[in-house]
Design a protein around this ligand. Structure first.
Ligand SMILES: N[C@@H](CCC(=O)N[C@@H](CS)C(=O)NCC(=O)O)C(=O)O
Length: 242
């Protein structure tokens, strides 16, 4: 991976053309949706560079690179733009050589998509906890709702009796859900794993995955980011950089 780490804000010059043979990722260092794309880029060995965006003061040109104004978005050297993390990850998997992360079997593929839909209830429960914490509200009830939604994951993995959500090795679904597990400490929901033995074993395996290792962020760094972010301090996006 190459590219400048510091986030670009309104008024900054647009980056030049994407070099031949490189994929550019528009990013924010702490975004879980971006991490999905990074996991796939790394797992497939795709040469890429990263342009970080200040999401609270976006450059005007960013909307040409991501019409919804969200990260992740990717740009290829021949000017193709793809955004929305599941679409980005599927595109990368289909368009580039290397390990295939998506199952070839249509039914298996459908199962992964269904699980991802269920998982969106888990991420939205986590998002509610984050907002409540930002406003210093009590999160007890929201955590209970989160624990309830989480049961679908433990149930799905226990029923499959395989180490990973897609079978015997890491596949797309594992990378799609992983980023939120790194953030459990910040959300203070890690206790959910004590009642989820299959997912806990999966988490331990995932921590050994090379792409996970390369994109891993320590809980303290997430906490530092979140502390600034919750005070509307937009230096948050560059937290931890010199
Ligand atoms: N559905 C999008 C969600 C991406 C998303 O919400 N990204 C956040 C950062 S974690 C973002 O770009 N926020 C900017 C904004 O809301 O204006 C995806 O899956 O890619």
């Amino acid at each position: 991976m190459t590219g400048s780490q510091r986030s670009l804000a309104k008024g900054s010059a647009a980056p030049g053309p994407v070099p031949e043979g490189v994929t550019r990722l528009y990013s924010m260092r702490f975004c879980p949706y971006v991490q999905r794309a990074r996991l796939v880029l790394i797992a497939k060995g795709i040469k890429h560079e990263v342009v970080n965006i200040n999401l609270k003061n976006k450059p005007d040109w960013f909307f040409e690179k991501s019409p919804l104004g969200l990260v992740p978005s990717i740009e290829t050297s021949d000017g193709k733009i793809v955004y929305e993390s599941p679409v980005v990850c599927d595109y990368l998997d289909e368009a580039f050589p290397g390990v295939k992360l998506t199952p070839a079997d249509p039914y298996e593929k459908a199962q992964q998509k269904i699980l991802l839909e269920h998982f969106s209830a888990v991420t939205s429960a986590m998002h509610k906890i984050l907002l409540a914490k930002k406003d210093n509200q009590d999160t007890t009830e929201l955590k209970t709702q989160f624990f309830e939604k989480f049961k679908i994951l433990e149930g799905a993995l226990a029923k499959r009796k395989s180490p990973y959500f897609g079978g015997e090795s890491v596949s797309m679904i594992d990378y799609m859900i992983w980023p939120w597990f790194e953030r459990f400490g910040v959300f203070e929901v890690q206790e959910v794993l004590e009642n989820s033995p299959s997912v806990k074993a999966w988490q331990e395996l995932m921590l050994q995955d090379p792409a996970v290792k390369e994109t891993f962020t320590e809980p303290d760094v997430f906490r530092g980011f979140f502390e600034l972010y919750s005070k509307n301090n937009w230096d948050a996006f560059d937290y931890g950089l010199d």
